[in-house]
Design a binder for this molecule. Structure first.
Ligand code: SAH
Length: 344
């Protein structure tokens, strides 16, 4: 039994042929799935009934439900998407001028254990399958046409590489939802083999790398992944990636008051980032998380100082604002609240 949303558009014809089904049915199936966006095979009314029955048993459409929807004052929506086994993940919808960005999760929880992140506060329950990641997208597009995807929700995409890439390739496919590869950003906490693999895919997805500290001592204290792949090996992999793909890498730097927010940190960050050709930096003020009350959001002055130091060092830098704070949109918080209430 293969889930319909895990099958890439080009795979349908051979799969149908194997079962003695006529190839033109593949076009009808794709129309139903990705033009009509059916959620149940019964709604694929262009298909004969017996074929619908076959599809139901052999290629079921993933069942999901929306456990909760939260809308924040800035228009950001956060959905809690539940799956058949009761597990659930968050997906966030972020409207901005001319854009409608969806933030996707790839795992239930996260094993990476970054100190400031709510998603990893209780480890990982399981990884999502590709069809479940596509289901999140389907849940999102019910709220409007998605123009951009960022894989910055719960989980580490490169700890679930195959399923994540399959889902993104499906969403990108011309005869699928057809979302442009350059509108899809994968964010990793620094899993070097994943960066190397992505470089060899020959696909134009955007890559973000969560750096958050300029040196090994500080980075390891915030992000255990740094002990496995220290800063030097990470930056070397990033430089190799930009050289091989000619693509930009964006480094994410979450600024935490009194932890990684000194001028010396900013200067060291600029030096590190400049080792990678075509690198950019996104500066993000920390969103407070319940399990670390000692981690606080920096003030505006600190953010501007960071920006200033990076710009003076010719590093292309963007100041990002946190969105959807009043919807618990900061990385895993809505699910934690649900868990605490015994809901999933
Ligand atoms: N595992 C991937 C993607 C998920 S996290 C990664 O680490 O990149 C998406 C981004 O949110 C990462 O840059 C992460 O470090 C950041 N983040 C996590 N918790 C945060 C918090 N409390 N405040 C601000 N940014 C946070």
């Amino acid at each position: 039994m293969t889930k319909a949303w895990s099958i890439l558009p080009d795979e349908w014809k051979p799969i149908l042929a194997d079962r003695g089904l006529r190839p033109f049915r593949a076009d009808q199936i794709l129309q139903s799935l990705y033009r009509d966006y059916i959620m149940r095979w019964d709604d694929a009314t262009t298909l004969p009934k017996d074929l619908r029955e076959t599809l139901k048993t052999e290629f079921p459409i993933t069942v999901f439900d929306i456990r909760e929807t939260k809308t924040s004052a800035d228009g950001t929506k956060k959905l809690l998407v539940g799956f058949a086994d009761g597990q659930c993940v968050e997906t966030v919808l972020i409207p901005a001028a001319g854009r409608f960005t969806q933030c996707l999760s790839t795992q239930v929880g996260c094993a990476m254990g970054c100190a400031f992140c709510a998603s990893g506060a209780h480890g990982v329950a399981r990884s999502l399958s590709s069809d479940e990641i596509v289901a999140e997208y389907m849940a999102g597009r019910a709220h409007g046409e998605i123009t951009n995807i960022v894989v910055m929700g719960m989980g580490e995409p490169f700890a679930n590489y195959d399923e994540t890439l399959r889902a993104l390739k499906l969403i990108n496919a011309g005869r699928g939802p057809n979302l442009g590869a350059r509108h899809i950003t994968i964010s990793t906490c620094g899993v070097v083999p994943g960066i190397e693999r992505l470089a060899s895919e020959g696909i134009q997805f955007e890559l973000s790398v969560s750096l958050h500290a300029p040196d090994d001592e500080l980075r390891s204290s915030l992000m255990p992944v740094n002990r496995r792949w220290p800063t030097d090996s990470l930056l070397e992999a990033c430089a190799a990636y930009t050289r091989a793909t000619k693509r930009v890498i964006t480094f994410e730097y979450t600024v935490i008051a009194g932890v990684n927010d000194s001028r010396a940190c900013a200067e060291a960050l600029a030096r590190q980032v400049r080792r990678v050709p075509q690198a950019k930096v996104n500066l993000i003020p920390l969103s407070p998380v319940q399990h670390r009350p000692d981690f606080r959001t920096p003030d505006e002055r600190t953010m501007l100082m960071f920006l200033d130091v990076l710009m003076k060092n010719h590093v292309q830098t963007m100041l990002r604002r946190s969105r959807g704070k009043d919807a618990d949109a900061a990385c895993g918080q809505l699910r934690l609240r649900h868990q605490a209430a015994g809901a999933c």
